[in-house]
Design a protein around this ligand. Structure first.
Ligand code: LMR
Length: 391
């Protein structure tokens, strides 16, 4: 059966991971896939995660199935973390998923089933897996203007004009914070404008929340999403614990749906899980629940997350500063204003290729840099290379 099949090309992020692993050069620098690295260049298991795992190991007596939507305690803890007190729990349906990608997939497939004519509007640019999943499902999609490469900020006028063209039932896919790949985030007045547009056109916001706590802080990063939840009848959310709990390979994600039809929505989500993978993974979800449900562990986790966030901010400032010194200009000043792990540095695919071939510096082909992959040691070298190649 497979002799005649050409396998699909891996997307640009996955391809780059393979190229980096195969590169024998000692000084290579991985600024590709979105994985946090400490100032020492490590991706450690977070301290609260280690403690939670120890407790689970000691107390857990069975690994029998939990439920199609996963553990209800985990779902409630995630609802609180993401939505806070913004909406009543009676209006929030939830289901666990294998990672944030699993959540994105479950939301999109649910919408595709319920409303096959809906168009999904994605930002230009966005994370490559968004259009890939939409296309895989055969959904209609359009892009809305988002990034203004000239300023390193958002093309507000373009974005709002495009979103005004949405129709009732369309989905508007938004990044909750730390926009991937640009690093340029919506401001609170943008969220208000988008809520007003949705109220007017009947489009439904779908928020991908993959980096809560990496931008301005855990609460701050959720404000835009919470504004939508308090003002609109329906909001769809896909969230990930890969980054903020460092649980990448454990695959911990959640779908939250703010709706007046909670019971029906939970039934639909349970059925969707059953057909795609039956039960969501439990171990990582249990770790998260253990941390969020214990004051002391929760404090340890919040502290470490805040240290990570500040380290990324420090990398941004240091890189912008080093580039100012190298180029004698403020051309890369926008890097310090961006939020989260990623920024587009404004490199062409050819320049990205030269950074890789000549300097062993790996960026995604669209010029996306994982800021969290930098260290104090690599920043001067990376700044020098960028100044040289992008001169
Ligand atoms: C990224 O954008 O690098 C991460 O979210 C990892 C992934 O799955 O693409």
């Amino acid at each position: 059966m497979f002799e005649i099949v050409t396998p699909p090309e891996p997307d640009k992020i996955i391809r780059l991971m393979g190229m980096f692993a195969a590169d024998p050069r000692a000084g290579k620098v991985d600024l590709g896939v979105g994985v946090y690295r400490s100032p020492e260049g490590k991706t450690p298991v977070m301290a609260a995660v280690k403690s939670a795992e120890q407790r689970i190991w000691a107390a857990q007596e069975s690994k029998s199935y939990v439920g199609l939507r996963g553990d209800l305690g985990f779902l409630d803890a995630m609802r609180r973390l993401i939505l806070g007190e913004s909406v009543s729990p009676d209006r929030v349906a939830a289901a666990g998923t294998p990672g944030g990608t699993g959540a994105v997939r479950q939301v999109l497939e649910t919408v595709h089933r319920l409303n096959p004519s809906a168009t999904v509007w994605i930002s230009d640019p966005t994370w490559p897996n968004h259009p890939a999943i939409i296309d895989h499902l055969g959904q209609k999609r359009k892009t809305y203007r988002y990034y203004d490469a000239a300023t390193g900020g958002i093309d507000r006028g373009g974005m709002l004009a495009d979103l005004a063209k949405t129709a009732r039932g369309d989905l508007i896919l938004l990044h909750g914070c730390c926009h991937n790949p640009t690093g340029a985030d919506l401001r609170s007045d943008d969220w208000r404008e988008i809520a007003a547009i949705c109220a007017r056109t009947g489009a439904i916001p779908f928020v991908d929340m993959a980096y809560q706590g990496f931008g301005a802080g855990l609460e701050e990063d959720a404000q835009g999403l919470r504004h939508l939840a308090t003002t609109l009848p329906e909001v769809l959310i896909a969230a990930s614990c890969s980054k903020n709990f460092g649980l990448y390979r454990e695959r911990v994600g959640v779908v939250l749906i703010v709706t007046d039809g909670k019971a029906a929505a939970e039934g639909v989500l349970a059925g969707m899980n059953r057909q795609n993978f039956a039960f969501p993974p439990d171990h990582g979800a249990r770790v998260v629940q253990e941390i969020l449900g214990d004051q002391a562990l929760d404090a340890v986790w919040r502290n470490e997350l805040e240290r990570m966030r500040r380290a990324m901010e420090g990398n941004r400032r240091a890189l912008a500063e080093a580039l100012r010194a190298e180029t004698g200009s403020d051309r890369f000043g926008f890097l310090a204003a961006h939020r989260g792990m990623f920024s587009l540095i404004g490199a062409t695919p050819e320049q990205v290729e030269r950074l890789r071939a000549e300097h062993g510096i790996y960026l995604v082909g669209d010029g996306r840099m994982n800021i969290a992959g930098l260290t104090q040691d690599t920043i001067p070298r990376v700044a020098q290379a960028i100044a040289q190649v992008l001169a």
